[in-house]
Design a protein around this ligand. Structure first.
Ligand code: G5P
Ligand code: MG
Length: 224
């Protein structure tokens, strides 16, 4: 398979995390970073940065670009992903024009810029309900939904048996704010990536409709 450096874009609740876990299962050499998971783990561990960012997440605002760019650069270095042979997927970063150009600067130094951006296009009317029924396993980022993919034992993680938790930003009011921010940031991001000819949109109101399209697309372009 050709090296894949993929950004998954999509509204809150569109299924970025869900698609990511399906990709990781089927394409075993691909690794992933979720920016939201990294931030929540910092908050949970009560690091200095965790203390600084928790209020942004709780009220649905974006964490400032400089903090995000620094965190992600550190994570990419730590994982040794800044090279042309690594295959990976980013869920949730970049999500502003400034973050996108900053990431290109960092990746460009090793000649390993993003080579695919996929936007998940899901009707925003269907996603609030998903968010209200979401439970997560914080240490791993595994995501459940009481209707769509419930845990085998209620409110327990399938793998570790540890308790699941609710995200502090998964309520109707904060969700609307996150959605509004997404809708204002996505235009400049599309404008940034489309001229690079790496931008592709997949539409569908269920993750089970989106995933076969995503999997086929990645296999055709990058090999399975
Ligand atoms: P996050 O954590 O990146 P969002 O808002 O981008 O958060 P979110 O909410 O994590 O995205 P998702 O990953 O797109 O959504 O969706 P998901 O978790 O897979 O699916 C949502 C729910 O629906 C789950 O319960 C799932 O099981 C269920 N589901 C999936 N598919 C279906 C389906 O087909 N049908 C049904 N019924 N259910 C389904 O970012 C959080 C915060 O961190 C900060 C910001 O404050 C942000 O608000 N942050 C950043 N700030 C600045 N810059 C960045 N780059 C940042 N990244 C994060
Ligand atoms: Mg997510």
């Amino acid at each position: 398979m050709k090296p894949l450096r993929l950004l998954l874009l999509g509204a809150p609740g569109s299924g970025k995390g869900t698609q990511t876990s399906k990709v990781l299962k089927d394409f075993s050499h691909i690794k992933a970073i979720s920016s939201g998971d990294i931030l929540r783990q910092q908050i949970n561990a009560q690091t200095n940065i965790g203390k600084e960012i928790s209020r942004y997440i709780k009220n649905g605002s974006l964490v400032p670009d400089e903090i995000m760019a620094r965190l992600l650069e550190t994570e990419l270095q730590r994982r040794r992903w800044l090279n042309r042979d690594a295959s990976w997927l980013l869920d949730g970063f970049p999500r502003t024009f400034t973050q996108a150009s900053k990431l290109d600067e960092v990746l460009g130094k090793s000649g390993a810029n993003l080579n695919q951006v996929v936007e998940l296009d899901v009707d925003q009317k269907v996603i609030l309900q998903r968010i209200e029924a979401r439970w997560i396993h914080l240490p791993s980022g595994r995501v459940y939904n009481l209707d769509y993919n419930p845990p085998k034992v209620p409110f327990k993680d399938d793998i570790t048996g540890e308790p699941l938790s609710k995200r502090s930003d998964d309520n109707a009011e904060t969700f609307q704010k996150r959605l509004d921010i997404y809708n204002s940031e996505i235009g400049p991001l599309r404008d940034y990536y489309k001229p690079k000819n790496i931008f592709h949109t997949i539409s569908g109101n269920s993750s089970d409709i989106i995933y076969p399209q995503l999997s086929r697309y990645l296999s055709e372009k990058f090999g399975s």
